[in-house]
Design a protein around this ligand. Structure first.
Ligand code: UDP
Length: 234
């Protein structure tokens, strides 16, 4: 396998499947199976999940809520998603640990960097919940931060599009996909890969990012194997 330790970022919305809200159990099951296949090859896998399928701080602020309060609610939403994925992973026989940036002793461990690394070394899939634990951040930033902390080889951003395009492929039929692009080009072209905080963290710490379509069964394995699908940012 090309990598030893990877950080997989999944958006909350990806867990919705075809639903408008919440969690599609079939989708979560598919992810669990894909993750198991890669885990069986001996890769160390850490996961960060978003919460956008349940609650987003920024949208709630637009409807009049206090931003920080709403962001904490968003962080709790990521814990719900993390627990759903944890359950699905354990159903397929993988040992997991959920570590959260906000303490919730009855359901998970608090995030302690050294403990996270130890879990990974022991072959457990580690899920990082509650984002960074701070309002005004996103789970993309949490993914970048945790990836650096645990010294992951790469951040794999699983989305529903198969990479980074010159324009939004869902709106512009002429948009073409990049196979590889530099951090600088992403800035210069104003492309949207991750939010700027997350993106800059990866750039400064030389952690490459691969954007790929996680919804296609088997893609995660191809990416973990180093096959050139998706878009590599380095
Ligand atoms: N959030 C936060 N701090 C973090 C991570 C997340 O405040 O470190 C909140 C924020 O309100 C965000 C919500 O949690 O809108 C859900 O996360 P995100 O929007 O990143 O999820 P995704 O878009 O990946 O589903």
């Amino acid at each position: 396998m090309k990598y030893k330790r990877i950080l997989l970022k999944l958006s909350g919305e990806s867990l919705m499947g075809d639903k408008q809200y919440g969690i599609d159990n079939e989708r979560v099951k598919q992810y669990a199976e894909d993750i198991k296949a890669v885990h069986d090859k001996g890769l160390e896998i850490a996961i960060v999940i978003g919460g956008g399928n349940i609650f987003r701080g920024l949208s709630a602020e637009k409807s009049g809520m206090d931003r920080a309060q709403a962001d904490y609610m968003g962080m709790l939403a990521t814990v719900i998603n993390s627990m759903a994925l944890q359950d699905a992973l354990e159903k397929v026989g993988i040992k997991t640990r959920l570590l959260t940036a906000i303490k919730m002793e009855q359901i998970c461990e608090p995030f302690i960097r050294r403990r996270a690394v130890r879990h990974l070394e022991k072959g457990r899939v580690v899920i990082f919940g509650a984002g960074t634990g701070n309002p005004y951040f996103t789970t993309d930033s949490a993914a970048a931060l945790r990836a650096i902390e645990i010294k992951a080889d790469v951040v794999l951003k699983g989305t529903r599009v198969d990479g980074i395009y010159t324009a939004d492929p869902e709106k512009d039929p002429l948009a073409t996909k990049y196979d590889e692009i530099s951090f600088r080009e992403v800035y210069d072209k104003g492309l949207n890969v991750m939010d700027m905080t997350a993106f800059t963290l990866c750039e400064e710490n030389q952690v490459p990012i691969i954007v790929f379509d996680m919804n296609k069964h088997g893609n995660f394995m191809k990416i973990a194997n180093g096959e050139p699908i998706g878009t590599l940012v380095k």
